[in-house]
Design a protein around this ligand. Structure first.
Ligand SMILES: [Zn+2]
Length: 353
């Protein structure tokens, strides 16, 4: 098994390298917190893949994630229904991570992408016309109806764009909320990770879905695009993904954004407005992350400020070409894990015994 796959099936080596900057601090912060708050010493093995992925630290963006959601949980999962004492003391990720099934009731995305939850979550099927899901064991295939419908549209469109289909990674947990491993966002049923790899023409086995690695678009060990992987059909897929009116942002690696900016078919003038939604962010070299806007009628859903005007190309990418974003010394300190008390009040009802 390649090193990258051992490290994390959904994370390539280059992703791991590019993400180390934030992860080193995130790991240390997490470990310290666990030891202090829980007083447990049960082999606090926190693997590299237990990455705290990007919230907005240091970035000109709102929260996205930076892949790597593959590590096993650090602690044994809590039992469900939760013991009432857990609600006040456990980090929210342990609470929401324990929920095996969605909360019935109003279908709603509650709160913000990186601090919220999901009521009435709907499942994304494992297979369908133009899609296959991977990493099924994680139980992170839950979303709002808007997200499920979006994925079905994009999967169908991908075939018309010369691809076999899309490989779909994580959506949200059954009740959304923070996760024990990986993503800082994906909490409200409005975020999804999609691999850059084309879907294989054949049906993947259950085992393959857990183990096949996502392919990085970067040259190994660099921050540069591997041009041989930058195909027109992939660029068309990304344009399609961003052009859907329900989409708020699509997070990609800065090298991918740079490529799309100079893609000959990106358009001119108004035609380039899809590029505004394509946002550069750490990681995201082996998958892109689609974030939908709050669906109409969901009063509890907190919207994100729109991206800056323009296509986000040219000078807006200069910062990413410097060493600053990649300098471990310029890392913001980690945030403590969310507690239920920090979350929207409506989220409590979703985990209360
Ligand atoms: Zn994501």
């Amino acid at each position: 098994m390649p090193f990258a796959a051992m490290l994390s099936p959904a994370m390539s080596l280059s992703t791991a390298m590019s993400g180390l900057r934030r992860r080193r601090h995130g790991r240390r912060g997490l470990a310290l917190w666990l030891v202090l708050a829980l007083g447990v010493g049960l082999g606090c093995l926190i693997t590299p893949a237990a990455a705290q992925d990007g919230d907005d630290a240091g970035a000109p963006e709102g929260s996205a994630d930076a892949t790597a959601p593959d590590a096993p949980p650090v602690l044994a999962p809590l039992s469900w229904p939760l013991p009432p004492t857990a609600l006040a003391v456990e980090p929210a990720k342990r609470l929401f991570g324990a929920a095996p099934a969605p909360a019935m009731g109003k279908r709603e995305a509650i709160g913000f992408y990186s601090n919220g939850c999901l009521s009435g979550g709907l499942p994304m099927a494992s297979n369908g016309p133009g899609w296959q899901r991977v990493r099924l064991d994680r139980n992170r295939h839950w979303g709002t109806a808007a997200l499920i419908h979006y994925l079905r549209r994009l999967a169908g469109d991908s075939r018309r764009l010369g691809r076999n289909g899309i490989l779909i990674g994580d959506l949200s947990q059954p009740r959304g909320g923070p996760m024990l491993t990986g993503h800082a966002s994906h909490q409200t049923g409005l975020d999804v990770d999609i691999w850059y790899d084309d879907m294989p023409a054949t049906r993947l086995t259950k085992e393959m879905r857990e183990t096949i690695p996502a392919t990085s678009l970067l040259k190994p060990g660099t921050r540069d695009l591997d041009e041989t992987k930058a195909t027109d059909s992939l660029a068309r897929l990304l344009r399609r993904a961003a052009s859907d009116p329900t989409v708020e942002r699509v997070f990609v690696n800065p090298a991918v954004k740079r490529w799309l900016c100079r893609w000959p078919y990106a358009g001119i003038g108004e035609e380039r407005k899809w590029l505004r939604k394509i946002r550069p962010y750490w990681g995201h070299d082996d998958h892109f992350h689609v974030r939908l806007a709050c669906p109409p009628g969901m009063a509890s859903c907190h919207a994100q400020a729109p991206p800056p005007p323009g296509d986000g190309c040219g000078g807006q990418l200069d910062w990413w070409a410097t060493d600053e974003p990649w300098d471990p010394a310029k890392q913001e300190p980690p945030k403590p894990p969310l507690l239920l008390a920090d979350m929207p009040a409506a989220c409590r009802a979703l985990v209360e015994p």
